[in-house]
Design a protein around this ligand. Structure first.
Ligand SMILES: [Zn+2]
Length: 386
C-alpha cells in the first residue's frame, strides 16, 4: 500500500495505534494515507485490551470463509459487473447499493410495496419534479399544498403526509429521523439498514399507501383526512403481521404489534439497557446506557459519542463494551444486559471465534463478562429498551 509520505522500512501497523492500544492515532493515519484509505483504517475496530490478530472474511456473519459464501460472492460480483456495464458507479457505491437491496427485498411485505421503495432508490417515481425534468406536460405541484412536488416532499415532508407519519409514530413508535436528511435515496438506505424488521415493514406499507393515495387523488378521487390513510396503513400492517409472522416461530413473536414493556431484573441484579444510534452523515455514533434496579429506578446512566463508525452491528457492539466497562466501574456485580441487536447477542453467545469486522469488540465483551458475579446478555425488542 502506498503512503503519501515515505515511511521507514521497519515501521509496522503498531506505529499507527496509540500507546494504550485501543485507539488509532488519527493524525498519523491521515498524514500517511489519502482520505479514503484513512477513513477505512479509522473504521477498523481495535480491541481495548489486546487480542491476537486474525484474518477476517467480510462475507459471512462470523468472518470465517465458507465455500458457499465464496460462490455467492462470485455470483454477486458477476451481477454487479453486468449491471455496471449499463450504468456507471464506483465499487463502494455498489457495495452500499448491494446492502440496500438485500435489506429491501427481505422486508416482509407484498412485492408491489418493495417495488415502490426500489423506485425511490432509483429516483424513478413520477413525481412532479421527475415529470418536469422529462418535460411531460402535466401539473408539477403537490396535490395537498401546491408546493413543487419533489420525491421527499411527496412522501415525507408535505404537511399532509407529516400528519400520517405522526399517527404512525404514536402507534408504532416509528421515527423517520429526518434531522440529517440530505437525499431521499441515502436516507432510505440508512433508515432501512438500521430499522427493525417491523419498522421496515411499516415503512414499506406506509410509503406505498401514501403514494397510492397521492395517485388516487391526482386521478380525481376525493381527498380524505390523513388519519384515514394512517388507519389504512395500520390495518394493513396488522393484517400482514397476522398472516406472515404468526407461523414463523417464537423468534418472530417480538414483532407483534402489541408493544412489550420493559421488564425488571430480579431484586439482587440490575438491568443494563444499551443503545447505539449511528448518524450516517457525520459518521458519528451516539451511545446510551441506562442501569436500573428491580423497581425500575435509574441507578446510573451514561452517554457519549464515537467517531468513524457506520456499521450498525459494530456500533451496538462498541456500545455494549462501553456498557460493561461503565457497569463495572460503577460497582455493579450482577447484571442483565439488554440490546435490540440479535446478531450481536448470537455472536456473544457463540462458542466459535468471531472473525468478522465486529470480532475484536466481541472478544472484549466476552472477556469482560466473567469479571461480574453474574452477567447475562439478552435480545430485546427495540420498543422496550428505555
Ligand atoms: Zn405538499
Amino acid at each position: 500500500m502506498q503512503t503519501l509520505i515515505p515511511v521507514e522500512d521497519n515501521q509496522t501497523v503498531s506505529s499507527l495505534i496509540s500507546s494504550n492500544g485501543s485507539t488509532w492515532k488519527e493524525d498519523t493515519v491521515r498524514e500517511l494515507f489519502d482520505r479514503d484509505i484513512a477513513e477505512r483504517i479509522l473504521k477498523i475496530p481495535l480491541s481495548s485490551e489486546g487480542c491476537s490478530d486474525f484474518a477476517s472474511w467480510p462475507y459471512t456473519k462470523n468472518g470465517i470463509y465458507t465455500v458457499r459464501s465464496g460462490y455467492n460472492l462470485a455470483r454477486t460480483n458477476q451481477f454487479w459487473i453486468n449491471r455496471s456495464s449499463v450504468s456507471s458507479g464506483s465499487s463502494s457505491n455498489q457495495d452500499v447499493m448491494q446492502k440496500l437491496w438485500k435489506n429491501l427485498w427481505r422486508i416482509q411485505c407484498p412485492d408491489k410495496m418493495k417495488i415502490v421503495l426500489w423506485r425511490i432508490a432509483h429516483n424513478c417515481l413520477p413525481t412532479g419534479d421527475q415529470l418536469h425534468k422529462r418535460s411531460i406536460a402535466t401539473r408539477y405541484d403537490c396535490i395537498y399544498c401546491n408546493k413543487f412536488e419533489t420525491l421527499e416532499h411527496c412522501l415525507l415532508l408535505c404537511h399532509y403526509v407529516k400528519e400520517i407519519w405522526a399517527e404512525l409514530k404514536k402507534c408504532f413508535n416509528l421515527s423517520l429521523n429526518l434531522k440529517s436528511f440530505v437525499h431521499i435515496q441515502q436516507w432510505l438506505l440508512d433508515w432501512i439498514s438500521s430499522a427493525s424488521d417491523l419498522h421496515a415493514l411499516i415503512l414499506a406499507v406506509a410509503i406505498w399507501h401514501i403514494w397510492e393515495n397521492r395517485n388516487n387523488i391526482r386521478n380525481g378521487e376525493k381527498m380524505s383526512h390523513p388519519s384515514r390513510v394512517a388507519g389504512k396503513i395500520k390495518a394493513y400492517v396488522n393484517f400482514i403481521l397476522l398472516h406472515n409472522f404468526r407461523s414463523t416461530g417464537s423468534n418472530r413473536r417480538e414483532h407483534q404489534v402489541s408493544i412489550p414493556k420493559w421488564s425488571p431484573p430480579p431484586a439482587e441484579s440490575v438491568k443494563v439497557n444499551v443503545d447505539a444510534a449511528i448518524f450516517a452523515q457525520t459518521k458519528r455514533m451516539g451511545i446510551g446506557v441506562v442501569i436500573r434496579n428491580h423497581l425500575g429506578l435509574v441507578l446510573a446512566a451514561s452517554r457519549g459519542f464515537i467517531h468513524h463508525v457506520d456499521n450498525p452491528e459494530l456500533g451496538e457492539a462498541i456500545a455494549m463494551r462501553h456498557a460493561l466497562i461503565f457497569a463495572e466501574d460503577s460497582g455493579f456485580q450482577k447484571i442483565l444486559v439488554e440490546t435490540d441487536c440479535a446478531s450481536l447477542i448470537n455472536k456473544i453467545k457463540s462458542k466459535v471465534d468471531d472473525r468478522s469486522h465486529t470480532g475484536a469488540v466481541v472478544f472484549n465483551i466476552k472477556s469482560r463478562a466473567p469479571r461480574f458475579l453474574s452477567c447475562c446478555f439478552t435480545h430485546v425488542s427495540r420498543y422496550c429498551k428505555v
